[in-house]
Design a protein around this ligand. Structure first.
Ligand code: ATP
Ligand code: MN
Ligand code: MN
Length: 308
């Protein structure tokens, strides 16, 4: 279908050729943000979100009645997802399963039509789902951990990765913590990616055991930052850069420059309301050089962290 401007027609409208039902349904009550508003948000930021999100298997957080009603984490497409959104079959333990991926702004609108409030891609692309092209260190602070601590740990993790020859990029999640993302050449397996990130996370935690842990147990996490490396297993996901979050005030996961990390930033600093102003004021991609920074996860690197 041809792209067309959003035009109301009773209880539905169209945006980028996608039919939006209940366009005036309020998805985020705090701002009165409607389904149409969210679809138009993604239309407006499409050039920022699409290049690094397109052609990756996706999971979704769907909240069809809005973020204060029932939400569920969904890995496989169901009838509610418009048929226009492309799918890929991926091998799983018992047979194959279907996953969604997107290629266009119309597909983003179609996800909104399905009530998707968060988009969570795999760290690999559909061309080769078995070879991740990025690693994610998900810094999860326990309640009460100071923001300055999170900033400091992100910075020292960046230094550790640099000493291994790896470039690192940082983003606010729209929640409580930060993600440190490392682009890699898609050559190693998921098992290697997970083993490598686990070893790096362990070394980092061992250097500062009072403040850091890689142990999932709640008791071990108390007062500490949990370095969640489990985003790097096959089938695991992390929220997409520029995805909205199904949390109060419609915060957005936002890539930032390292020199923007300061006390005023906060993980939920940017929302669907203020993000456009940030993007308009930027002089370039805060993650400039991301693709060029990718290195292969070679045996040498695995050896450097005590593996093989
Ligand atoms: P925060 O900064 O608040 O931690 P976050 O996005 O990192 O925000 P986490 O709870 O640490 O939130 O989750 C990390 C990732 O785990 C999510 O981005 C998501 O991709 C994945 N995830 C979250 N919930 C589920 C779930 N129910 N099932 C599977 N994976 C999930
Ligand atoms: Mn997290
Ligand atoms: Mn986590």
């Amino acid at each position: 279908p041809k792209a067309s401007p959003a035009r109301a027609r009773g209880d539905e409208s169209r945006l980028l050729g996608v039919r939006l039902t209940h366009p005036d349904r309020i998805l985020f009550p705090e701002q009165g943000l409607t389904k149409r508003d969210l679809a138009q948000f993604y239309e407006a930021i499409q050039d920022w979100i699409l290049p690094r999100l397109a052609r990756r298997p996706l999971s979704l957080v769907r909240c069809p009645q809005g973020r204060t009603s029932e939400c569920f984490f969904q890995k496989h497409p169901r009838v509610a997802i418009p048929a226009s959104v492309p799918r890929i079959d991926i091998a799983e333990a018992s047979g194959t399963s279907e996953y969604l991926y997107i290629e266009s702004a119309s597909d983003l609108v179609a996800l909104v039509q399905a009530g998707a409030l968060e988009i969570h891609p795999w760290g690999s692309r559909i061309e080769d789902v078995e070879r991740p092209d990025n690693l994610v260190f998900d810094l999860d602070p326990a309640p009460g951990v100071a923001w300055q601590e999170i900033l400091r740990v992100a910075g020292t993790l960046r230094e550790r990765l640099a000493s291994l020859g790896l470039g690192a990029f940082v983003r606010t999640t729209g929640g409580k913590g930060l993600h440190v993302v490392v682009p890699i050449v898609p050559s190693a397996t998921w098992d290697d990616a997970k083993a490598f990130t686990k070893a790096v996370a362990q070394q980092h935690a061992q250097a500062d055991p009072r403040r850091l842990t890689v142990n999932m147990a709640k008791s071990k996490r108390e007062g500490r930052i949990f370095i969640d490396y489990l985003r790097n297993g096959r089938g695991a996901t992390a929220v997409a850069s520029y995805s909205v979050r199904a949390r109060e005030d419609a915060p957005v996961c936002v890539p930032v420059r390292w020199d923007e990390l300061n006390a005023a930033l906060r993980s939920d600093r940017y929302t669907t309301e203020n993000l456009k102003r940030r993007l308009a004021a930027l002089r370039g991609d805060p993650w400039a050089g991301y693709e060029d920074a990718a290195r292969p996860l070679e045996t040498e690197l695995l050896r450097a962290v005590g593996l093989v």
